[in-house]
Ligand binder design. Structure first.
Ligand code: ADP
Length: 361
């Protein structure tokens, strides 16, 4: 590098190091030195003379017996920093399903939403990234699935499990539950990256990610790995849940993450006993999610009541959203329609902003 400060680029008179023209691929192997020089354009008129001057400088300042002739390659700046390939180019919309607090029904909502979207005719994938409690294999009745590898275009890829028209991968398929909760930071993030990049997701209209509750490295990894279309935040109407939901929303809208929030889902909004269908009991408080959505100026995507069949559907692996003739099934279908509407609105009206946001990340 010292030797190369003695060579100037005639185009602007700056030395090569100062001008950032020396690539960071310098290799020294015995007396053999090689590296590449960065030029704006492939037809720069000074390429030949600059390369020659750089060779001379190495011979002069490093040593006459340095093997340098012909070892300097020329690349354009664009070639040197290719844009990172967009992950999942065959996926149209990526939606992060999150919650501030655990136990508010985020995974239940994610599962039923995936099934409802599939019922509307969309191609849907679901990544269970909730390492603290990967529950999607159970909710989709594929607990025993052990995804195998398939070869696609010469690459070995993990084939997602599939049920109810939803393609599914979960950390739960690969480690037992007791081990998964010990995963933290880089280990969990890398495993999830692999489930995104090295899986045969194929063409999808909606790719849902069931995130762990709260805010963590995993949230950062997900939004940095993927161009997330938008996030939805699930909360109950209860004050403690709302406080955490607020934090969840501000994480997405904050500078570090910068993902649009599609809206809030109020789960466990009220309880109606089967024998008193007109009665609504606001066990966790009334309309807390609705008020928070208004306060934060984000859409309220839906209110889902507490219903025994929703819990049973989760436990039996037969999501209520499969049957749109039931009140609960219809509620998830209308939630899915609201999300489609939000996504379409954003894609039509806000696409340029979104791209800027992704670039910043
Ligand atoms: P999270 O993913 O937020 O931790 P889960 O989806 O695992 O929450 O839900 C927690 C528990 O609440 C589960 O037992 C689930 O079956 C139940 N549950 C979630 N939403 C509802 C609902 N709307 N009605 C009845 N039970 C629900």
């Amino acid at each position: 590098m010292d030797a190369l400060t003695n060579v100037r680029y005639p185009g602007n008179g700056k030395n090569l190091v100062e001008d950032g023209m020396v690539n960071d691929d310098i290799r020294i192997d015995g007396n053999k030195v090689s590296f590449s020089l960065l030029f704006e354009k492939p037809n720069d008129p000074f390429i030949k003379s600059v390369v020659k001057a750089a060779e001379t400088a190495i011979l002069t300042y490093v040593g006459k017996d340095t093997d340098i002739k012909g070892n300097i390659s020329v690349v354009t700046r664009q070639q040197a920093s290719p844009k990172p390939a967009k992950q999942l180019p065959q996926v149209k919309n990526i939606i992060a399903v999150s919650s501030g607090k655990g136990g508010v029904g985020k995974s239940t909502v994610a599962a039923n939403l995936a099934v409802a979207l599939s019922g509307l005719g969309y191609r849907v994938g679901l990544l269970d990234a909730d390492i603290f409690g990967p529950s999607q294999p159970k909710m989709f009745r594929v607990e025993d699935a052990r995804p195998h590898m398939v070869e696609v275009d010469g690459r070995e890829l993990i084939e997602p499990a599939e049920n109810y028209g939803v393609r599914l991968l979960s950390i739960g398929f690969f480690v037992n539950k007791e081990d998964a909760v010990l995963w933290r930071g880089a280990m969990a993030s890398n495993a999830l990256k692999q489930l995104i990049a090295d899986a045969n997701w194929g063409e999808l209209d909606y790719f849902l990610i069931d995130l762990p509750p709260g805010t963590s490295d995993i949230h950062l990894t997900m939004v940095q790995t993927l161009a997330v279309t938008g996030a939805i935040v699930v909360t109950t109407p209860q004050d403690v849940a709302l406080a955490d939901a607020r934090k969840g929303v501000s994480m997405f809208t904050g500078d570090k993450v910068n993902v649009p929030v599609l809206g809030l889902i109020e789960n466990m909004a009220w309880f109606t006993p089967a024998e008193l269908p007109e009665n609504k009991y606001y066990i966790f408080g009334k309309e807390g999610g609705k008020r928070l959505a208004e306060e934060l100026d984000i859409p309220l995507l839906g209110q889902i009541p507490i219903v025994q069949s929703i819990r049973e559907g989760g436990d039996s692996g037969i999501p209520v959203a499969l049957n749109t003739d039931t009140i609960t099934g219809a509620a998830f279908q209308s939630l899915a329609k609201n999300i489609v509407e939000q996504v379409n609105y954003r894609n039509e009206h806000l696409a340029p902003t979104k791209q800027v946001e992704v670039a910043k990340n």
